[in-house]
Structure formats: C-alpha cells, structure tokens
Write a protein that binds this ligand. Structure first.
Ligand code: SAH
Length: 267
C-alpha cells in the first residue's frame, strides 16, 4: 500500500514527539515513522514542515489542542486512534515536544492498552530542553542549580495550585509550561514563598523556531515586561539564577528577536 516499503508493522499507533519547533530537532526514528505512516493525527504545536515528511497519500487528521479549548475531546481522540489501528493502519500520533511531558501521551496510551492496540512511544526533545539550549540558558549549570523542575502553570480546572514551598527554592531551576496566562500569579507566589523579587526569570516564546523571542527580567518585573512586549503562548517561563548566564551564552538569533526590547539587549 505504501510507496516506501515500510519497516514498521501495520495496525500500530506510534505516539511520537516532534520536538519543540525546529524541524531539525526531530529524531531519526520520528522522521522515518512519519514518512511511513498511513495516517497522522496531529496537534497544533508540532514543528513547522513536519507534515511535509509524510507520504503524499497519508491521511492527515488535525486534532488541534489549545489548553482550554480542545478541538477534539480526549475520549473521541482515543476512539479515533483505536479505530485507525484496527483498520490496519500505521498511525503516527504526533505531539509537540515529548509525549510524556505535559503531553497527555499517558492518557492516550491507556485507551490503547484497554483496547488491545499495539503501540510504541517515541520520545522528543521537550520544550524546556529546546528553549534552554536556544536561549543560552543551561538549566542545571553547576554553579547555579542542583536540580530542575518542570511544572505546569495551568491546571485542569484553570487554577494554579502548585506546591509553592517546594518550587520557591534556591539552587533550583523551575521551568513552567503553559505559564503565560498565570504569569503574574506564578511570580507573586514564588516571591510570597521566599524568593527575592530580583530572582532572575525569563520567558521564551516559540523557542527554537524563527519566531523565537526571549526576555529576561526578575520575578518582580517579568509580568509587566511580558505584557509590554506583547508576548504570548506558546512560551516557557524559566525561573532561576541560570537565567543570568544568557547574557554571556546567548547564541541563537531568530529574525523575531530584533522586534523585542530585552533588558539584556539581545532579544
Ligand atoms: N509535550 C510538550 C509540552 C506540551 S504543553 C513538550 O514536551 O514540550 C504546551 C506548552 O509547552 C506550551 O504552552 C508552552 O509552555 C510549551 N511549549 C511548547 N513548545 C514551545 C516552544 N517552542 N517554545 C516555548 N514553549 C513551548
């Protein structure tokens, strides 16, 4: 059926991470599976150009998700994956970043397990790794951090009810996913739980892409600066003294960077 004499068995669902945005950050396995797939079920946050790797006759199904505005409800999506696999298709379920980092990969696999559908998981570069690299912010630089935490700035019910005492710690880097809407609250809570107002914090919008914008500030001033710069999702918030390293280590210049006024002057 396929033009590419595929090496992967039909009737299988591959939950594939497509990385943070730059198509060159796809894994070789992801690229091959996309090229062999009979059907590709994808979100809105997948890297630009990734679908061009698919066969011309591959079915492309958009199930775009924005945090509070699910285009396709999760149970419907789960049923779709099961139906496609049972029809004997090689299905790639393509997700932004890594499927298991705030990607609901786990939920989708549970449905596959319950239905007896064969599946595999292909990890991807998660946004924190991609944005840290392309913003020149080494998340665990030894002089600054002993650990890094990935936190969600958006909970299922719309509140941010995090374990703030464990996040507002010295020598810890905290990366908030989905944190733009709750940025003011995040910064307020980190200060309320003991971090100084001048504790470094950064935002990376559309990291690793030609649209990347980075702004560095501190907990007290970041929300107003993000507002003034008109920065929006998808973006990561990075909190920790590692943010200071960007001044020296920034290397990636996106065309969009020149449009941002940044305290460190490099956009
Ligand atoms: N599974 C994904 C995360 C999905 S949650 C991963 O591992 O990266 C979606 C959130 O990821 C966005 O709201 C944003 O906070 C973050 N994100 C994804 N891609 C991004 C990018 N290129 N730049 C900045 N943040 C990004």
């Amino acid at each position: 059926m396929s033009q590419n004499s595929p090496t992967e068995p039909a009737g299988t669902v591959y939950i594939v991470g497509s990385g943070p945005g730059d198509i060159e950050l796809l894994t070789l396995r992801a690229a091959r599976l996309i090229g062999e797939a009979d059907a590709i079920v994808y979100d809105h946050l997948i890297a630009d150009g990734v679908l061009d790797l698919a066969r011309i006759d591959a079915e492309r199904i958009y199930v775009g998700k924005k945090s509070s505005n699910h285009t396709v409800p999760q149970d419907e999506l789960n049923r779709l994956l099961v139906r496609l696999a049972r029809a004997g298709k090689r299905v790639v379920r393509l997700k932004g970043g890594d499927p298991f980092v705030f990607g609901r990969g786990g939920e989708e696999i549970e449905a596959l397990v319950d239905s007896g559908v064969t599946f595999e998981v292909v990890p991807g570069i998660t946004a924190a790794a991609g944005c840290g690299a392309y913003a020149g912010i080494p998340l665990t630089h030894r002089d600054h951090a002993q650990a890094v935490a990935f936190a969600t700035g958006h909970l299922k019910d719309g509140t941010i009810n995090l374990d703030w005492p464990s996040l507002a710690r010295p020598r810890l880097t905290v990366v908030f996913y989905m944190g733009v809407g709750g940025l003011t609250e995040i910064c307020r809570q980190m200060i309320a739980h003991g971090l100084p107002g001048d504790h470094p914090a950064a935002i990376v919008q559309s990291g690793t892409t030609g649209r990347q914008r980075v702004l560095t500030a501190d907990l007290a001033t970041l929300p107003a600066k993000v507002n003034a710069a008109g920065m929006t999702a998808p973006a990561l918030i990075i909190v920790g003294t590692v943010v200071r390293l960007r001044e020296k280590l920034a290397w990636f210049q996106s065309p969009a960077a020149s449009g941002v006024t940044s305290p460190d002057g490099s956009g």
